[in-house]
Design a protein. Structure first.
Length: 666
């Protein structure tokens, strides 16, 4: 009997309240698992609201040490995708006792799982987030603690994992994948946070990893949100495997340098001895010292970067990106690393007169929190659309010439401004080669990095078409130029990540307004919906272009919060057929609510060159697993509370004269 994977597979996460558990719950929910249960002792009100309201998960209160709770949740949820995350609770009576207790919880869990299976015969796949059994692996080169334990909070999980593999070996329907976790980036929010000296002139990263050049395997817990769902997608491939995942192999000296670059304060790695860390006055100090000694030693079994990349199907999160994302964490505030971020009140908006740039200019103008001075660098200062854009507020908008093929000109365009919004034409009518477009974008990025005034860059981009076509198996396209521009933007975004620059990456949706170009009023009064060939049932991520400007204004207002973030904008997933239904409901009524004519929107499949490009864009913004993992409706509405879902947007515009005129209606 084989596990059947489908988008409605029920998932159950034991330990869903911790950092790893929340990431996994979020990933499973976004990947289409439904329902997703989060099992745990308790959640804070904020955590529970996020799990239930934003993600649609179901909180199940229970105790892993209580087998009745475990048995009940397994039987009642009938979950087939199960994640187990355990913790070592350090009690007053010693490390060895705590490790033994955690091991017992793990063993009892798998015995209970097998017991439940023998009754219901339901195939299940368990992913167990575990650690190395250091008690065995470091025997002879790490001195045990007084009670004989070695890194107990690792070893208990390692022992439990080895037991589970043996115990389930004779039950093919109970698949097991071990995910061995390295040192997590989030440890730098705790004991490993840089702390100031007495004079607060230098911040020290104090640990006993050995030499500052030693490479340490590390991982961002957020990568688990992609790793775990992808493992469940291929149960046969990963059954009975121990996946030693890792995000980056990085030294403490490199990490200290990244802290220094971000906060502009001197940060150094302070190598301590194992004895110095062990003697520190906090619970678990001796175990932490052993852990550092183990992870910093060359005899430590390395994790597999390439394997991790293959499972993720993308590069794992790097420490620098994690640090930017958490740059305003309370731990760094308390450590004195953060000063109040200077406000951004002047912004250069590239890409005018594109719809993106126009929306951003309006969003900045209409922001009541501050009066932005807006600079619009363009190649043609006499362009009528650009002139009209400046006319919105001549006192606050300045047009400046820029030659995007000239480095000095790009530098002059951003000199003196504090924020930059960068957008280029992805499907423009001009014949600019995508290679040249990529060079221009990178030139502006370099200019932003070189400018002493620029505090933040908001960069609008698309997913790489090359990546999406691989993941969605879209195959070959008839008209490749549009896809080249997708990839050029994605590569430019990757380039921006290599610069010492505060950046927010905005993944653009399919604009709701574009659907208007698909609706044409015919001479016989019928209404034709032109949809790309073979795309009428394809769901795409969409949002009104008007909401982009509001999003960018909100990002600039709190840019340190969003620095390093990738924000996938989406308010709806809609197909051409969905639009047809909504348009019918709207266009059959006149402005006074009376019926005009019993006419239906008919579908005419057209396929000129424009529709080829349009179809490819449709395909690349499809509601696929690849896109869904990088976009969130809930997060979009958190950023843009005023955003309107598609149906509400159409209802709001139904009686607007200019809107109806575009549709050829009275």
């Amino acid at each position: 009997m084989e596990t059947v994977l489908n988008s409605k597979q029920t998932a159950l996460v034991f330990g869903g309240s911790g950092e790893q558990g929340r990431a996994v719950v979020e990933g499973l929910a976004c990947a289409g698992f439904s329902p997703v249960y989060a099992f745990g002792h308790q959640h804070s009100v904020e955590q529970q609201q996020y799990l239930t309201d934003a993600l649609g998960a179901i909180f199940w209160k229970g105790d892993l040490q209580n087998l009745n709770d475990v048995r009940q949740v397994l039987q009642e949820t009938q979950a087939t995708a199960i994640v187990l995350i355990t913790t070592t609770d350090i009690p007053c009576d010693g490390f060895s006792t705590a490790a033994a207790a955690e091991y017992q919880v793990i063993e009892s869990f798998f015995r209970c799982l097998k017991e439940v299976y023998e009754k219901d015969k339901l195939p299940r796949h368990v992913v167990f987030n575990c650690r190395d059994n250091v008690q065995e692996e470091a025997k002879g080169w790490i001195d045990p603690l007084d009670d004989g334990s070695i890194v107990p909070h690792f070893s208990a999980k390692g022992r439990g994992a080895a037991f589970a593999l043996r115990f389930l070996a004779d039950v093919p329907d109970l698949k097991l994948t071990l995910v061995t976790i390295p040192f997590l980036y989030s440890n730098f929010l705790g004991f490993f946070c840089p702390l100031p000296d007495e004079s607060q002139t230098q911040w020290n990263l104090s640990a006993c990893f050995g030499d500052g050049n030693n490479k340490i395997d590390m991982l961002g817990a957020q990568d688990l949100s992609i790793l775990v769902p992808n493992i469940f997608e291929e149960p046969e491939k990963y059954d009975n495997q121990n996946l030693r995942v890792v995000g980056q192999r990085i030294s403490m000296d490199e990490i200290a340098s990244m802290f220094e670059d971000l906060y502009g304060k001197p940060v150094i790695y302070n190598p301590l001895t194992v004895e110095e860390v062990s003697s520190m006055e906090f619970e678990g100090a001796a175990a932490v010292a052993q852990m550092c000694q183990y992870l910093g030693d060359a005899r430590h079994r390395p994790h597999d970067v390439e394997l991790t990349r293959q499972i993720l199907r993308q590069d794992p999160q790097q420490f620098e990106d994690w640090l930017l994302t958490h740059s305003e964490a309370s731990a760094f505030v308390k450590a004195g690393l953060i000063e109040d971020a200077p406000s951004i009140v002047s912004v250069a908006v590239f890409g005018a007169p594109s719809v993106e740039a126009t929306s951003v200019v309006k969003g900045l103008l209409y922001d009541v929190r501050k009066e932005y001075a807006i600079r619009i660098p363009v190649s043609d200062v006499k362009n009528q659309d650009v002139v009209e854009l400046r006319a919105l507020h001549p006192d606050r908008i300045t047009i400046v010439p820029v030659d995007l093929n000239d480095t000095k000109s790009c530098q002059a365009a951003v000199d003196g401004v504090q924020g930059v919004f960068l957008a280029t034409h992805c499907l423009s009518e001009d014949s600019t080669p995508f290679e040249q477009e990529e060079e221009r974008i990178c030139r502006v990025i370099d200019a932003c990095e070189a400018a002493k005034s620029v505090r933040h860059l908001v960069f609008s981009t698309f997913e790489s078409a090359e990546l999406l076509s691989h993941m969605q198996e879209l195959g070959h396209f008839e008209h490749a130029s549009a896809l080249d521009h997708f990839d050029a933007r994605a590569r430019s975004a990757a380039y921006a990540r290599t610069r010492k620059l505060s950046v927010t990456y905005v993944l653009l949706p399919y604009y709701t307004e574009h659907f208007l170009s698909m609706v044409v009023k015919q001479a016989d009064s019928s209404v034709v919906l032109n949809v790309p060939k073979d795309k009428q049932d394809t769901k795409v991520v969409c949002m009104s272009i008007d909401d982009l400007g509001v999003a960018v204004a909100n990002i600039f207002d709190s840019y340190q919060v969003y620095s390093g973030h990738e924000i996938g904008l989406v308010t709806d997933f809609a197909s051409a057929n969905d639009i047809k239904i909504l348009m019918e409901q709207m266009i059959l009524k006149s402005s006074d609510g009376t019926t005009v004519k019993e006419e239906k929107i008919t579908e005419t499949i057209t396929h000129p060159t424009y529709m080829k490009d349009f179809g490819q864009m449709f395909g690349n913004l499809a509601h696929s697993e690849a896109v869904k993992r990088r976009r969130s409706v809930a997060k979009t509405f958190q950023l843009i509370p005023s955003a309107r879902p598609l149906k509400e947007w159409i209802e709001m515009n139904a009686n607007d004269e200019s809107f109806r005129e575009k549709l050829g209606l009275r």
